[in-house]
Write a protein that binds this ligand. Structure first.
Ligand code: GLC
Length: 443
């Protein structure tokens, strides 16, 4: 009996070990960099932008394979200037860019030998925009991540198909293992032809997961994550892997992302549940208007206040914000979005210290207030410009001093065993964010 138990234990622990992923030193350093970076630019750009109806247009309008194939011949972004995009991001205070290398429509926005359905072969533009961006990012000190869709509405070998794209006619059948090999070839290209990259941002695993409208269930097809992730980490150990699957992190991932929701908030049906938040670096992604890919009729441009406050709240959760723009098919970014990014840049130039390299503060973010922390400094961000008193229950840190940020003027407060009461009169308020600097005792 004893022997059997020992044998079971050995088999069990071996199994655990073979599944355990131990990040390399380079990877851990990259995670640290990522956590401190706090702000990045997301770019959804593909041949879908020609139709000005978002990146899901192929699925939403049930465009057949033969019809969709005509789109690349209209994609000619003559005004594209990689350096302009990179400087726009840099001046907005962003430290990295994540761009779609291949979205669900299956079109590769880079020079790929693994598929000729790509920007170089099939568009009049004929240039590898990822290469141009990667050169500009290197020149200006930003990191570049590649979004990569695991789901594909175009290829025959993405078979059995998933839950989406089933109204698209002309899709063939093929072999799943071929599809995995194809992805590995493309990922190898992305990890060898563009120098050192920031990482890979996967999306689409949810297409092969059961879904009852509220919760994800069983995984239907196996994306062979162990093989794919190992390949990436072998090719570039510092490359961070994240996946937008909305469930708890899979083994081998280096950061966890939240789509259109702050970590633990569930305003979207597909939100990651609070219980599934792991202990990896976090990243929230959100759109600057209401769409990811270019959408001509999208008028839901978020205000400067909304955008800056979302960045503050994300940081208040200890998370990065990856803010998306969907460039137009001519290679330009909409004026409204360029302006918003400029405004964020001005704000962050003055207040970046309270965002970059901070961790989650002792006051949980809400619409009224948020906090970030750096050593024994807590930055309290007052987001509600109408209220004058703020009560924080169970506030434990021992306060040395509270003053207005970048000023010697003291803030009025009362602290007792039930919490902390802050008094911030309206004439001291900034309509977007009034920052207080709280110094705490180390003991
Ligand atoms: C969703 C959408 C996709 C978008 C992504 C960005 O997964 O399917 O179009 O790229 O979110 O977070």
């Amino acid at each position: 009996m004893k022997k059997i138990i020992i044998l079971i234990l050995i088999v069990f622990t071996q199994n655990i070990f073979s599944q355990t992923y131990i990040p390399t030193k380079e990877n851990l350093e990259a995670r640290k960099w990522f956590q401190e970076a706090r702000f990045g630019l997301f770019i959804h750009w593909g041949v879908y932008s020609v139709l000005g109806d978002g990146e899901w247009v192929m699925n939403n309008q049930n465009i057949s394979i033969n019809e969709y194939k005509k789109l690349p011949s209209f994609f000619n972004p003559v005004y594209f200037d990689a350096e302009e995009w990179v400087l726009m991001a840099k001046n907005a205070g962003m430290k990295y860019i994540t761009i779609t290398s291949r979205h669900h429509d299956g079109f590769s926005m880079f020079d790929s030998k693994a598929s000729n359905y790509n920007i170089v072969e099939k568009t009049p533009y004929g240039k590898d925009v990822l290469k141009m961006l990667s050169n500009a990012c290197k020149k200006h000190g930003l990191k570049l991540f590649f979004y990569y869709s695991q789901l594909d509405w175009f290829r025959d070998d993405y078979y059995p198909r998933g839950r989406t794209g089933n109204g698209i006619s002309g899709r063939g059948t093929g072999n799943w293992d071929d599809y995995i090999e194809f992805m590995k070839s493309q990922l190898t290209e992305l990890l060898t032809n563009y120098g050192e990259i920031g990482g890979i941002w996967f999306d689409g695993e949810w297409d092969q997961m059961e879904w009852d409208g509220k919760r994800f269930g069983k995984k239907m097809m196996d994306f062979k994550l162990d093989e794919v992730y190992r390949l990436i980490h072998e090719l570039q150990p510092q490359a961070l892997i994240g996946s937008n699957h909305h469930i708890a992190p899979n083994a081998g991932e280096d950061f966890q992302m939240f789509e259109k929701d702050l970590p633990g908030k569930s305003t979207k049906s597909f939100a990651t549940s609070e219980n599934d938040i792991g202990n990896l670096p976090l990243e929230v992604c959100e759109t600057i208007n209401g769409s990811w890919g270019f959408n001509l009729k999208d008028r839901k441009h978020k205000s400067k206040k909304e955008l800056i406050q979302y960045l503050i709240k994300s940081a208040g959760y200890g998370s990065n914000l990856l803010l998306n723009v969907g460039p137009m098919p001519n290679g330009r970014i909409q004026k409204e979005h360029i302006n918003s990014l400029k405004e964020i840049g001005i704000w962050i130039k003055n207040n970046g210290e309270t965002i970059y390299k901070t961790k989650r503060g002792p006051i949980d973010p809400s619409d009224e207030i948020a906090s970030t922390q750096k050593g024994n400094k807590v930055f309290i961000h007052i987001l509600d410009s109408n209220k004058e008193t703020f009560f924080i229950e169970n506030f434990n840190p021992r306060i040395k001093n509270i003053s207005y940020y970048k000023s010697t003027e003291k803030v009025d407060y009362i602290k007792n065993e039930s919490g902390l009461l802050l008094k911030v009169p309206n004439n001291k308020k900034n309509p977007i964010d009034t920052i207080l600097e709280l110094e705490i005792h180390n003991f």
